[in-house]
Write a protein that binds this ligand. Structure first.
Ligand SMILES: NC(=O)c1ccc[n+]([C@@H]2O[C@H](COP(=O)([O-])OP(=O)(O)OC[C@H]3O[C@@H](n4cnc5c(N)ncnc54)[C@H](O)[C@@H]3O)[C@@H](O)[C@H]2O)c1
Length: 361
């Protein structure tokens, strides 16, 4: 029997990219109408499911953005589009500040102009100061079988001090949303992802960046012999095994968190909330895994060791970055379903092994 509930309508910028495509699949799968705006600079047409309209346009094309928003009846806009490499932003600061910062601000302004009520931003752990949880705290609980540790996790209230133009560009958008909310009543969800990883458990979608800079796909390609041995940068950090520790969060769990944000931002929900109805959440599993621990997980899943070599530290890599997800748990009951590192690696491995050329475009 057909549902009598009205179909919801969402605009997803960057929906042909890695994380955005997982949300698009989730929304489309529950029957929502989804439109993707993407310039396909790093995204893939094949990552957009059949039945989802793809508008190939750049955020810089204000006429295209306005025309799309003017279609109206948007239940929310999810903004994933942007440049994502911290290292590249240190070489090309203005590209990041303009493409991510300025174009994102223009998008937010256009959303306000066109009466959009809810906006969800893909933000990042890179907004925080690099001096945070830079080493394992004395009371860290270290798993008996590995270097896993629950370490002084970063809460939403930790000092903001971006260590790169990339992080700064996201902070600019967080502040823009604050003012859009305060003055125009736009409800926003600022979702600060830690290290997104893994792939669609159903095998439809995965991570296909070029160049790839993320550890798990690089380690998988190394174990599959598709690239030279992986370089492990820094083995003398103040961590249990000397390598950097990060919080890997499954991309499907990130997608679910967007639905929770949407629910919290419902304009009919608690209209008098002190925060104006907006939320800011850190998204991670609250568990840190060292580089060597990730390589061990990839080796377990692949059934053979990951070829790698040890290299000196890279400038700018904080030793430890682990999220506190207490706020989203308390406010929305988020519970990552794929928190185990081996689960994350297994889904990433399955997709990469099945798609040697990624999406093939
Ligand atoms: N991958 C991570 O670990 C991570 C961590 C924290 C935050 N984020 C944020 O999440 C978002 C998505 O990341 P991802 O890993 O899926 O990246 P991605 O590169 O796979 O996706 C970005 C998408 O945006 C599109 N795009 C880029 N610039 C555009 C423009 N000017 N106009 C229109 N489309 C444009 C690209 O074609 C691509 O499809 C980004 O905003 C990123 O900063 C990612």
């Amino acid at each position: 029997m057909a549902s009598s509930l009205p179909v919801k309508r969402f605009l997803v910028t960057g929906g042909a990219g890695y994380i955005g495509s997982h949300l698009v699949a989730l929304l489309a799968g529950r029957g929502d109408a989804v439109v993707v705006l993407d310039n396909l600079s790093t995204g893939h047409r094949a990552a957009v499911p059949d039945g989802v309209r793809l508008v190939v346009a750049d955020l810089a094309d204000q006429a295209a953005v306005d025309a799309l928003l003017a279609e109206g009846n948007w239940d929310a806009v999810f903004h994933f589009a942007g440049l994502i490499e911290v290292g590249a932003s240190m070489r090309e600061p203005f590209r990041y500040l303009l493409d991510n910062g300025a174009l994102g601000m223009r998008l937010i302004a256009a959303c306000v102009r066109h009466g959009v009520r809810r906006f969800v931003l893909s933000s990042t752990a890179a907004v925080f100061g690099s001096g945070l949880n830079t080493s394992i705290a004395p009371n860290a609980s270290v798993a008996p079988n590995a270097s896993s540790a629950t370490i002084a996790p970063i809460t939403e209230d930790a000092p903001i001090d971006p260590g790169s133009p990339y992080g700064e560009s996201k902070h600019m958008l967080e502040r823009t949303l604050y003012w859009a909310g305060r003055i125009h009543g736009l409800r926003s969800g600022v979702l600060r992802y830690f290290n997104a990883a893994g792939a669609d458990p159903a095998g439809r979608l995965g991570e296909d960046h070029d160049p790839e800079t993320h550890l798990i796909p690089l380690a998988i390609d190394a174990v599959l012999g598709r690239r030279p041995p992986l370089r492990v940068f820094g083995t003398d950090y103040p961590t249990p095994d000397g390598t950097c520790v990060r919080d890997y969060v499954h991309v499907a769990d990130l997608a679910e968190a967007h639905l929770l944000a949407l629910d919290q931002l419902d304009p009919n929900r608690d209209p008098n909330r002190a925060d104006g109805g907006s939320v800011t959440w850190n998204l991670g599993t609250e568990t840190g895994h060292s580089v060597l621990e990730v390589l061990a997980a990839v080796a377990r899943v692949a059934g053979r060791p990951v070829p790698h070599e040890l290299a000196p530290r890279r400038p700018g890599d904080p030793p430890v970055l682990v999220a506190s997800a207490r706020r989203i748990r308390a406010e929305a009951g988020w519970q990552p379903r794929h928190a185990a590192l081996d689960d994350i690696v297994r889904t990433a491995f399955a997709w990469r092994a099945a798609h040697p050329n990624g999406y093939g475009d």
